[in-house]
Design a protein around this ligand. Structure first.
Ligand SMILES: [Fe+2]
Ligand SMILES: [Fe+2]
Length: 308
């Protein structure tokens, strides 16, 4: 039997489950709560306290999980009485489950469906509240999950920037999904280079790293349920106006420019350890020629709203 990992942050206490959840113990999956039952609140809080956060569901019950998740996402995000931290936890959990599933099984339609749901939820949370961007950004990730965390940050900032630059609802949807999947092309071979500044890579390392925008994402190109615009936008996330990117583009559309700038910005915050506004300052000094100054200024406005 096949199992899919899910997070406790995507489940709700006292709400009956329409799928069974399993724990992994001594090399086997054991049924923990059966379909139709709920996790009682006391047990739920105890699990969280003990940091038992990962569960499994059976692959053939994924659709039920997806329905359950859709329901709690729309209920939770819309509920004014629920605090931001709970919302951010749920959205982060959804993103982790979706991208994990997408990485392991990129050709599954349901993985993409989950990713779309996750992107929509990130957008709804950050567009609704001024302090949501900061709350999302500050959420810590576990070791080995830096790429997913980075993708979620990029998604959140892109949405806010696209909103500020008056992009349409359709464009915001496109960029939010592209942002979540943009680095899914990073395979084991490229992972050690993820935390390295592009300017410090030798030419061999650059060739290896650039593959993540080409071969790495190629498997999505032929799947007809993934929008062409989304894949193309994701493929161009390492371009900039100098023409030095993997595809040597010198002209970028508005969405392409937003995604590549936000991607470069978030990577720089991560690698340098500098404060967000200091990274913006650096981009204003060294990023001219790579990005339109107006774009950098729009990013600065978003960061100021979110972080200052
Ligand atoms: Fe990348
Ligand atoms: Fe990236």
């Amino acid at each position: 039997m096949n199992y899919t990992p899910v997070r406790i942050s995507t489940l709700r206490p006292d709400k009956p489950l329409n799928f069974g959840i399993y724990i992994y113990f001594k090399d086997q999956h054991l049924l923990y709560v059966k379909s139709g039952d709920a996790i009682e609140r006391e047990k739920f809080n105890q699990l969280k306290k003990q940091k038992i956060t990962k569960f499994f569901i059976q692959r053939d019950e994924e659709l039920n999980y997806q329905q359950y998740l859709d329901q709690i996402l729309s209920d939770t995000i819309a509920d004014e009485g629920i605090d931001l931290d709970t919302k951010v936890d749920l959205v982060q959990g959804t993103t982790f489950v979706a991208l994990d599933r997408m990485e392991k099984d990129p050709k599954s339609q349901i993985s993409y469906q989950m990713t779309k749901t996750a992107a929509k939820s990130v957008a709804r949370v950050v567009m609704g509240k001024q302090d949501a961007l900061f709350a999302l950004y500050e959420k810590e990730s576990e070791i080995g999950e830096e790429i997913v965390k980075h993708s979620m940050n990029v998604c959140a900032i892109c949405v806010k920037m696209a909103e500020m630059l008056k992009c349409s609802g359709k464009e915001i949807e496109t960029i939010s999904i592209a942002a979540l999947i943009h680095d899914l092309g990073i395979k084991e071979e490229q992972k050690p280079l993820f935390n390295k500044n592009q300017d410090d890579m030798n030419s061999e390392q650059k060739i290896t790293y650039n593959k993540h925008t080409k071969e790495g994402l190629n498997e999505f190109v032929y799947l007809d349920w993934i929008s062409k615009e989304v894949v193309e936008l994701a493929q161009l996330h390492e371009e900039n106006l100098t023409g030095m990117g993997p595809y040597k583009k010198t002209k970028l559309s508005k969405l392409e420019e937003i995604l590549s700038l936000v991607n470069a910005y978030d990577k720089q915050v991560m690698i340098s350890g500098l404060k967000p506004l200091d990274v913006i300052k650096e981009f204003k000094l060294n990023g001219i020629g790579k990005y339109d100054l107006k774009m950098i200024q729009a990013l600065e406005r978003v960061i100021k709203i979110g972080f200052v």
